[in-house]
Design a protein around this ligand. Structure first.
Ligand SMILES: [Zn+2]
Length: 204
């Protein structure tokens, strides 16, 4: 004899499984940050780390390294010493997700970081692929601490902005290059600097 209660329970469980299945879209929460005094607060730091399923200390270390500053984790927030433009923080988080989270084979985020010998690998649970975590070229290049308006620089475009401009993150700057695609090498003249954002004119 079937127990109606048990059937109900079974139904309930199967619908739960459906809802929490892997059809859920992967969206990294948008960084909520603001400048407070001489610091910059990333309000939803913990939420971002949890969503990308990475160690909070690992993400924090990356952010500090890219911003070239010191700071601390404060409960669910991250506090950076210094004033940083929000687009810069967003760009750094995007780079982190591209390098340390997204599988380059299948584009899914179901990955984990594993150490093989002394090489850090990104291993994908979805497709079984793995790759060494790439070191961004920009980091190896000499980073000019202070860009100057009127100066000329050689760049390799790293990503695309929402408006479709090429973007390069260099030191504390985000440099926008019109009509340039990721991977493209360009020579530009810095035409205007506003905070940590630099606008350019293509020379080549
Ligand atoms: Zn994969």
């Amino acid at each position: 004899m079937t127990n109606p209660y048990e059937n109900l329970l079974k139904k309930a469980y199967s619908s739960i499984t459906e809802v929490s299945g892997d059809s859920e879209r992967f969206v990294v929460p948008e960084a909520k940050a603001y400048i407070e005094g001489k610091t910059t607060i990333l309000e939803n730091f913990a939420e971002i780390a949890d969503k990308v399923r990475r160690d909070r200390d690992h993400l924090m270390k990356y952010l500090l390294g890219e911003l070239g500053t010191s700071g601390k984790i404060d409960a669910n927030r991250a506090i950076f010493n210094g004033k940083f433009e929000i687009p810069l923080i967003k760009a750094i988080i995007k780079n982190y997700v591209d390098d340390y989270v997204i599988c380059s084979e299948c584009g899914r985020p179901d990955t984990r970081l594993v150490k093989d010998d002394r090489i850090l690998l990104l291993r994908c649970d979805a497709c079984g692929g793995h790759r060494p975590v790439k070191k961004r070229k920009a980091r190896a290049e000499p980073v000019s601490e202070n860009l100057e308006e009127g100066s000329e620089v050689d760049l390799e475009i790293q990503s695309l902005s929402r408006r479709g401009d090429g973007v390069v993150k260099m030191g504390r700057y985000i440099i926008y290059v019109a009509n340039a695609k990721p991977g493209q090498k360009v020579r530009v003249k810095i035409t205007r600097i506003s905070g940590s954002i630099a606008f350019t004119e293509r020379l080549q």
